[in-house]
Design a protein around this ligand. Structure first.
Ligand code: AMP
Length: 230
């Protein structure tokens, strides 16, 4: 059975990058609330219209709606295979909603990994972040540039700056996060589920720390490397 993990930490700490890596290495399904909302906004669905104003201004979508949307994605096969939640829960009310759901499915959370990073590193990362407007792949102008400037490696679509990565919105998101993070961290610490992980420095350094953490807790062995066909 795979691990059921929550990633906590401020915007720009690397939650999306770590979730993608955990998916590749261990087969846990990554689920990003922000990405799900942005996709719904792009597709102009009813949910997209409801959440659009919150997402573009960096304010939090109401708890009951977030819990409903996210738990409806957690199907039985996904609970078995393991998942990494990125950006959810963001409040203790959401954490309680998630816990109730997982306990009712007899698939409690394995751990909550909290990424830590100095504010100056977060600001640098967020202001240089570029995302693919079509497939959502994440780049950084200096740390993780695409092969062709401004173009997604995966689907060749133009890269954009997220509306909420504009300077004023970044500051607003970091302010909201500081206020929200403390009780959430305390919530998981009380349950003995909290695992801090340093996320400054390179992505690879963060991956190495994460691999050691997963190994130390016996949460899952990495997928065996594929043999070269010959
Ligand atoms: P993110 O990509 O995680 O930074 O999320 C982008 C935006 O989506 C946030 O600024 C919120 O407006 C919304 N959002 C994402 N996750 C949540 C959540 N768990 N609760 C409420 N709003 C959220």
């Amino acid at each position: 059975m795979g691990a059921r993990l929550v990633l906590l930490g401020p915007p720009g700490a690397g939650k999306g990058t770590l979730a993608a890596w955990l998916s590749q290495q261990y087969g846990f399904t990554p689920m990003s609330t922000g990405e799900l909302f942005r996709q719904q906004i792009r597709r102009r669905t009813a949910l997209g219209r409801t959440v659009s104003e919150y997402v573009t201004s960096g304010r939090l979508v109401p708890d009951a709606l977030v819990v409903k949307v996210m738990t409806s994605q957690l199907t039985r096969p996904l609970l078995q295979r393991g998942f990494v939640l990125d950006g959810f829960p963001r409040t203790t009310a959401q954490a309680e909603g998630l816990e109730r759901f997982l306990v009712s499915r007899k698939a409690p959370l394995t751990g909550a990994i909290v990424l830590t990073s100095p504010v100056r590193v977060l600001l640098r990362r967020l202001s240089g972040r570029r995302v693919c407007g079509r497939c959502g792949a994440i780049y950084h102008v200096r740390n993780m540039p695409p092969k062709r400037s401004g173009i997604c490696d995966r689907c060749q679509s133009p890269l954009i700056i997220r509306k909420d990565d504009q300077a004023d919105t970044i500051r607003e998101r970091l302010r909201i996060n500081r206020a929200q993070a403390k009780p959430l961290v305390a919530y998981y610490r009380r349950r003995g589920l909290l695992h801090p992980l340093r996320a400054d420095g390179s992505s690879q350094a963060m991956f190495d720390r994460a691999a050691r953490l997963l190994k130390a807790h016996g949460w899952a062995a990495p997928r065996p490397a594929r043999r070269a066909r010959g």
